[in-house]
Design a protein around this ligand. Structure first.
Ligand code: BGC
Length: 390
């Protein structure tokens, strides 16, 4: 369990460097519908050979959204940095679809038109992205299904992600254990799942239900379209209006963004979130602060660095015409996709039953950079002292 945490111990150290290799563009990126090119290698010696006329050194990185911090803060810079190291001749064509499937389709078409040889695609809509893979394959472009599985009758070359059913199990298990420790005999839980177009959301939900079913009553359940925090907030408002604040004991939220929305709804309805343990995922800074302040119970820590770096490693190999062997396989409805699946970790403030503490994971790994503790503790000094982080 701890091995992934160890792997990413150096995460912070590379964050600054990774930022240095980011394309210069307005912050809050993701609005870049047309896409952008950036050279992975600024080393002209290594990357200075004449480019093949067919643009044969281009790799597309197509990310799904930017409302969730991980994509621009971690996935993209870690991918870019590793690719620069391994494949300095490679040029990245980057786009972020802001969770609009049609935009991603266009971004993919633009990348194909630019002559990319490899596409790393985190799909907004796993089914409709099947067309993107088919179009790419028709042009001999290799495709890596990144973090979310691409389906829709397609055959991506690789899939790299976490054990996503395990994410849902960790969330549900931590919540039930917390409620049991609080003396709740018959837990009543509200569930807000992630985007139905994201295969991961289905896996999180399946994993969570496999733990809840038979042990808890799901009093309300719905899905936040496109993972929108504001949609989760509205759903939670409706839930509370329908079942009253006394009608639930805990809240299952599929990720930290939607947990933030649900907790805002609780506060607006006069419900103390400290009394309604809430789950999350991604170890976002705001969520870790809520966890230390007692407003959110847990998150799931997924070490993005090894995920992004593995994708860069595979992309570089594919660009060179290699096809590295990997051990796992995941069926996407069309066939078995060679896969790499990493291990998620449940995190609570102090590492309560079955979870790891913020200190042993996010802080130890310097998940937000060298100043991780300072970032977490800004405005949360008392909570940080209580958790012995400062
Ligand atoms: C990712 C999560 C993320 C969510 C919303 C999922 O596919 O695995 O880490 O919170 O999408 O972007």
């Amino acid at each position: 369990m701890r091995s992934i945490v160890r792997i990413v111990t150096a995460l912070a150290l590379v964050t600054a460097g990774a930022a240095g290799c980011k394309k210069k563009e307005p912050q809050g990126a993701g609005g870049d519908k047309a896409g952008s090119d950036m050279k992975a290698g600024s080393d002209t010696k290594a990357g200075g050979e004449t480019k093949p006329a067919d643009g044969g050194n281009k790799i597309a990185l197509l990310l799904p959204e930017s409302q969730t911090a991980r994509y621009e803060a971690a996935d993209r810079p870690f991918f870019e940095k590793k690719l620069k190291e391994l494949c300095p001749q490679a040029e990245i064509v980057y786009s972020n679809a802001n969770q609009v499937a049609a935009d991603q389709q266009q971004q993919a078409e633009a990348a194909i038109a630019k002559g990319v040889k490899v596409m790393v695609l985190d799909p907004v809509d796993g089914d409709s992205a099947g067309v993107i893979v088919k179009n790419a394959k028709a042009k001999n472009i290799s495709v890596i299904s990144y973090d979310r599985l691409i389906k829709g009758g397609s055959s991506p070359d690789y899939y790299i992600s976490f054990d996503n059913e395990q994410v849902g199990k960790l969330q549900a298990d931590a919540l039930l254990k917390k409620l049991a420790a609080d003396g709740v005999a018959k837990p009543r839980i509200t569930m807000i799942n992630g985007s139905p177009t994201d295969n991961n959301a289905t896996l999180f939900k399946t994993g969570a239900h496999s733990v809840f079913d038979g042990k808890a009553t799901i009093v309300k359940e719905d899905a936040a379209a496109n993972w929108k925090p504001e949609e989760a907030q509205q759903l939670m408002e409706q839930f509370i209006a329908a079942i009253k604040p006394t009608g639930f004991d805990g809240a299952y939220q599929a990720n930290d963004g939607t947990a933030g929305g649900a907790i805002a709804a609780m506060k607006a309805a006069g419900v103390d979130p400290k009394k309604k343990p809430t789950t999350g995922q991604d170890a976002e800074l705001a969520a870790i602060q809520r966890i230390l302040a007692g407003e959110q119970y847990m998150t799931v820590y997924k070490a993005i660095q090894p995920e992004a770096e593995k994708a860069a490693e595979l992309a570089c190999a594919l660009l060179k015409g290699e096809k590295p062997a990997v051990t796992a396989k995941v069926n996407n409805g069309t066939g078995d996709v060679p896969s790499v699946l990493l291990t998620p970790i449940a995190v609570t403030a102090d590492g309560a039953a079955g979870t790891s503490s913020v200190a042993d994971t996010i802080v130890k790994d310097k998940f937000y950079g060298a100043d991780t503790v300072a970032q977490i503790c800004k405005g949360y000094e008392a909570a940080c002292k209580a958790a012995k982080l400062q």
